[in-house]
Write a protein that binds this ligand. Structure first.
Ligand SMILES: *[C@@H]1O[C@H](CO)[C@@H](O)[C@H](O)[C@H]1NC(C)=O
Ligand SMILES: *[C@@H]1O[C@H](CO)[C@@H](O)[C@H](O)[C@H]1NC(C)=O
Ligand SMILES: *[C@@H]1O[C@H](CO)[C@@H](O)[C@H](O)[C@H]1NC(C)=O
Length: 591
């Protein structure tokens, strides 16, 4: 490994002698020592236990959760997180699958239970749709695997690609270890549905990972790009097809470029959210699209890329002044990190998983430099490096140079600083909540947040130089010249309504879609009375609507003087068919 620090020159006895020092053998057998070593060691054990306690059917804090179901947190009120989120579960299982591949064979059964549970959940109809009409975008389910029908920020389009990635890592391991049949017959069908969802919906807005704004989210799209790339490759390996995956992936990458502002990533676009866009969303994206074999590619925002490092500085700096516990910490030293500086949830505080992500990006970057045997500093990344090494200058530094060594040491020390912040605000039992108070550092919001534990596990692995498999970033990191998005896919609906009208009255359909005027009577679609008779008062219209879309609508009668008569409640609801160019008929009677 790369941590050829000054410490290496010291006798081993000195290294072992420090009060906290518990040296960790690096991938290349080197030993280095840091004040957070022993914390990392004990907290890793606590974190794996924390994840398993929150997983059904036998987790001690997940009593009642079905097999393979990860609860977000055992907290059942203030806040109620007693649900399973597709996103959190996928990120958690990604960590478990990596750990399994790394030798923890005890996790095999849990992973197989996850596959079964997710295959089941994909078939559960829910407020986001049916299994084939957008239902995979449902953010969360009850722990007994039934739908949650309350109002929520839906759909969330990151769940399917994140789950596809976790399962693709597993499927690739199976193929390499005599389990091709299981990969093809059991795991692939789940992945295939998630990829079909991603192909169809990536170019539509959805709620971000914080479930707050309906936008194009950087996190969702970077997860989509990776999933489509590795999914297409897995399909080929298994002799399957992944319709549209290979075509969509470069387009997603093309779109991702537009999130770069020139100085940081704007985490949510196609929305007027009144925010700077500096959001740990982007750092979490970078750690989950990390490819150990990648160069420091800007286009895919690899952890060591100039863009991702400049973004790391922009995002972490945005929290320096907003949290009292960060006050007095000089530039270039780690601070507590939250979601985004405008956050008001629980009054807006640092989160463990956000602070850990800031560390993980830097460990991953260090891994990439070591593998490439050099570091390049350019105008975009210079200010990041200057913070932690004031003498840093634009240039390329080879691994055998003193400058390379001092840069890597500074980055590692800086990363360990984020771990030290987490250590400082972790209670003595090691329980990781969701947040810690911005003024006092006291744990806040949901206790034992599964994602906090999973975030600790992956940060600790990267710190130790333990990495996941390549997703072939190298062959998939050049965006096309022109971004075309997804061609619109529409489905024709014939609206038939029997509505008795008087002379001069016309019938319109209005509803939740742009094509239906977004409920505005002035922009509704007119129906025709060409088939109207006194015995069959039929008004009709053929209207092209987005395919596979759930929407609500009503008919209205418009009088000549412009006044409008609405149908009585409730709203009508319909789902368009899924094939491009497909048709459907609705027969309604005015009410
Ligand atoms: C769809 O893709 C196009 C081309 O990249 C982009 O301009 C547009 O903003 C995207 N829209 C959504 C909602 O993703
Ligand atoms: C979010 O945007 C999508 C369109 O991409 C839409 O289908 C959905 O209904 C929106 N959700 C809400 C709650 O507005
Ligand atoms: C709708 O009504 C028409 C006759 O007006 C009929 O031919 C058709 O089968 C009906 N379709 C459905 C889906 O009820």
């Amino acid at each position: 490994m790369l941590f050829t620090s000054v410490l290496r020159a010291l006798p081993a006895a000195l290294l072992l002698g420090g009060a906290q020092a518990s040296p960790i053998a690096q991938a290349d057998g080197e030993i280095r020592s840091s004040p957070v070593d022993s914390f990392v060691k004990t907290q890793t054990e606590i974190s794996i236990a924390g994840v398993l306690a929150n997983t059904g059917p036998d987790g001690s804090k997940a009593q009642g959760a079905a097999a393979g179901i990860v609860v977000a947190s055992p907290s059942r009120s203030d806040p109620d997180y007693w649900f399973t989120w597709t996103r959190d579960a996928a990120l958690t299982y990604k960590a478990l699958i990596e750990r399994f591949i790394n030798g923890d064979t005890s996790l095999r059964q849990k992973i197989d239970e996850y596959v079964t549970a997710q295959a089941y959940l994909q078939g559960v109809s829910n407020p986001s749709g049916e299994p084939d009409t957008g239902g995979l975008g449902e953010p969360k389910f009850k722990v007994d695997r039934t739908a949650f029908t309350g109002s929520w920020g839906r759909p969330q389009r990151d769940g399917p690609p994140l789950r596809a990635t976790a399962l693709t890592i597993y499927a690739n391991w199976l193929v390499a270890n005599g389990g091709s049949t299981q990969a093809a017959d059991t795991v692939w069908p789940v992945i295939a549905k998630d990829l079909a969802y991603t192909v169809r919906y990536w170019n539509q807005t959805g709620f971000d990972l914080w479930e707050e704004i309906n936008s194009s989210s950087f996190f969702t799209l970077s997860a989509s790009h990776r999933a489509l790339v590795e999914g297409a490759a897995l399909a080929t390996k298994l002799g399957k097809t992944c319709d549209g995956c290979a075509a969509a992936a470069p387009q997603v990458l093309c779109f991702l470029q537009t999130f770069w502002t020139g100085s940081h990533i704007d985490s949510n676009i196609n929305v007027n959210d009144g925010r700077t866009g500096k959001d740990v969303n982007s750092i979490i994206s970078s750690i989950h699209t990390f490819d150990p074999t990648a160069k420091c590619t800007d286009a895919t925002f690899q952890p060591c890329s100039s863009r991702a490092l400049a973004n790391h500085k922009a995002v972490t700096d945005s929290f320096r002044s907003v949290y009292a516990i960060n006050r007095g910490i000089p530039q270039g030293q780690a601070v507590a990190v939250g979601r985004y500086s405008e956050d008001v949830y629980y009054n807006g505080n640092p989160w463990y998983l956000a602070t850990l992500a800031a560390a993980e990006q830097l460990y991953s970057a260090a891994y990439q430099w070591n593998r490439q045997e050099s570091i390049r500093i350019d105008a975009v990344s210079l200010s990041f490096f200057k913070d932690i090494l004031p003498g840093a200058a634009v240039g390329t530094y080879a691994k055998d140079s003193a400058t390379y060594t001092s840069i890597v040491n500074a980055v590692r020390t800086y990363a360990d600083g984020y771990i030290a912040i987490v250590q400082k605000y972790t209670p003595s039992n090691g329980g990781l909540a969701e947040q810690f108070d911005k003024a006092t550092g006291t744990p806040l919001s949901a206790v034992d947040l599964t994602w906090s534990y999973a975030a600790f596990l992956t940060a600790a692995e990267r710190r130790d130089g333990v990495v996941t498999l390549s997703w072939d970033e190298a062959a998939n990191n050049v965006p096309p010249q022109t971004c075309t998005g997804t061609p619109a896919c529409s489905s024709k609906v014939t609206f038939n309504v029997r509505a008795t009208t008087s002379v001069g009255q016309d019938v319109f359909v209005v509803g939740q879609l742009t094509q239906l005027g977004n409920w505005s009577p002035a922009s509704g679609q007119a129906l025709s009375a060409s088939k109207y008779t006194s015995s069959d008062p039929l008004w009709t219209a053929d209207i092209d609507l987005p395919a596979a879309t759930v929407f609500e609508y009503k008919y209205i009668k418009k009088n000549q003087d412009g006044t409008v008569v609405w149908e009585s409640d409730p709203n009508r609801r319909f789902t368009t068919t899924s094939g491009c160019g497909s048709t459907a008929v609705v027969n309604d009677t005015w009410r």
